[in-house]
Design a protein around this ligand. Structure first.
Ligand SMILES: [Zn+2]
Length: 340
């Protein structure tokens, strides 16, 4: 099985995102939040059939670990109340996709975060998504301010309520920022990669892995700048007497393969232990074009993994085995959803 651990519902029916716009306008005007629009199963089917499912089939992947659109999370907009209503609507929609296509999608939750609001307010949504929806992970935004970094670093106890839940449920968090509202940080060209890099570095310099030995984080987009600068981080870890970087991270930090050219994948597979790499494409995402150098989509990342000089056993780890290990509930949910 080929499991893509990083997909977002970027093709959701139009009225879903339109409602978000109305919701934020109402909040600004001090008016009550508008009721959620009806979305039919057929509208969801259409959006998936012609979208992510089509691409899965074309590229020969089997299952996508699927979450709400990341840039759409917009944790800097509105307040804790609007974030809660929006996260709830987005997660419910993901649950509906997974119910309609149980063999192709398994859910991951976005959290109702807001800048400078304790992430304690995310616990109820995590409970609901795991217990009622069968979701297998969460996306944790290290910068709910959208590019202004107003919350404490991920090593701070501020985040521990979420970490306690992650360990309790055996669900990993993908460290994933949302839209940038800081014009100096382009959302997908800078802010995402900054978020990945900063998130890794914050965790590396913390006692999170000592306090939560079983906790697991996925750093998306190939780990931002981290693999390219592996020597820098190894050296920083050494200077700070943190021990060997590979040992420090081995059980707790994983990198996905959302890297959109072969040389980048080669580097990732060369410097990061194979056990810490999870296949992902984030397809129908940030980069949708075709690479004139290969005549294939930039985000068709399976092609790059296929070309790596790795054993079949190692590729199987990247494509499936590591995901089943990192998402502790995944195998059970696959069995449950496939039995439908
Ligand atoms: Zn993403």
């Amino acid at each position: 099985m080929i499991i893509d651990c990083h997909g977002h519902y970027t093709t959701s029916p139009r009225q879903h995102e339109a409602w978000r716009g109305e919701q934020i306008e109402a909040h600004k005007a001090g008016k009550p939040l508008p009721p959620r629009p009806p979305i039919t199963d057929d509208e969801i089917r259409q959006s998936i059939d012609g979208g992510q499912l089509k691409v899965q089939r074309e590229r020969g992947t089997d299952l996508t670990i699927f979450s709400p659109r990341a840039a759409g999370m917009g944790h800097h907009l509105g307040d804790a109340t609007t974030s809660e209503a929006w996260a709830s609507a987005c997660n419910e929609l993901i649950h509906r996709v997974c119910s309609l296509f149980p063999k192709n999608f398994i859910g991951v939750a976005m959290l109702p975060q807001s800048a400078r609001v304790s992430p304690k307010n995310c616990i109820a949504e995590i409970d609901r998504c795991v217990n009622e929806y069968g979701f297998v992970g969460v996306n944790l935004n290290p910068d709910p301010s959208g590019g202004h970094w107003q919350d404490p670093p991920l090593g701070d106890r501020y985040w521990y309520p979420v970490y306690e839940k992650m360990v309790e449920y055996d669900i990993p968090a993908m460290i994933h920022v949302s839209m940038s509202c800081n014009p100096t940080h382009h959302t997908t060209g800078a802010h995402y990669l900054n978020g990945d890099t900063a998130g890794f570095n914050q965790l590396m310099n913390s006692s999170v892995f000592k306090d939560f030995p079983a906790i697991k984080f996925i750093i998306p987009h190939g780990g931002g700048a981290v693999p390219y600068h592996w020597g820098r981080y190894r050296g920083l870890a050494q200077d700070a007497k943190l021990g060997l970087l590979s040992e420090l991270m081995l059980n707790n930090v994983f990198f996905d393969t959302c890297v959109y050219h072969l040389p980048g994948q080669e580097l990732l597979a060369k410097v990061v232990p194979i056990d810490n790499i999870l296949f992902a494409s984030e397809m129908i995402g940030a980069v949708r074009g075709i690479d004139p150098e290969t005549d294939h989509h930039y985000d068709d990342t399976k092609r790059y993994i296929d070309q790596l000089p790795l054993s079949a056993a190692d590729k199987a780890k990247i494509f499936e085995g590591n995901a089943r290990r990192v998402y502790g509930r995944l195998s059970a949910i696959i069995e449950k959803q496939f039995a439908r």
